[in-house]
Design a protein around this ligand. Structure first.
Ligand SMILES: [Zn+2]
Ligand SMILES: [Zn+2]
Length: 123
């Protein structure tokens, strides 16, 4: 595996300290001061996924968002006002209770929608 470039390190660091997965556009907006172009960000994200350092969080609403791999099992909250995705800790017990008999669950995704704290205050 090649060592990540300086730009890649900046992007990985941003994703690690982010409160949720970020799209290329959101990364570009947060890093505008650093002068990293959108095309470079896309390339670094693609390489990150290929190398296994990053994974795609496919939430509804068009843009693919990215997060570091190896995070603890978690789910996402999607703000319908500012369109931010926020990581939620923990999980929901009892999912097996809503599955018909003789079905077995091999995985699940849970997405909550609503208004984040910032947007609730603004309303
Ligand atoms: Zn919001
Ligand atoms: Zn879960």
């Amino acid at each position: 595996m090649r060592t990540p470039s300086k730009h890649a390190e900046t992007i990985y660091a941003l994703l690690k300290q982010s409160s949720g997965p970020l799209s290329a556009n959101e990364i570009w907006q947060s890093l505008q001061a650093s002068g990293i172009g959108l095309a470079t960000i896309y390339r670094i994200l693609k390489r990150g996924v290929e190398s296994g350092a990053l994974c795609e969080a496919n939430l509804p609403g068009g843009q693919t968002r990215y997060e570091p791999t190896g995070l603890k099992h978690h789910h996402h909250f999607l703000c319908s006002d500012c369109n931010r995705a926020i990581d939620l800790e923990g999980c929901v017990p009892g999912l097996e209770n809503i599955v018909p008999p003789n079905f077995s669950i091999t995985g699940h995704e849970i997405l909550l929608f609503g208004h984040c704290a910032d947007c609730s205050e603004a309303a």
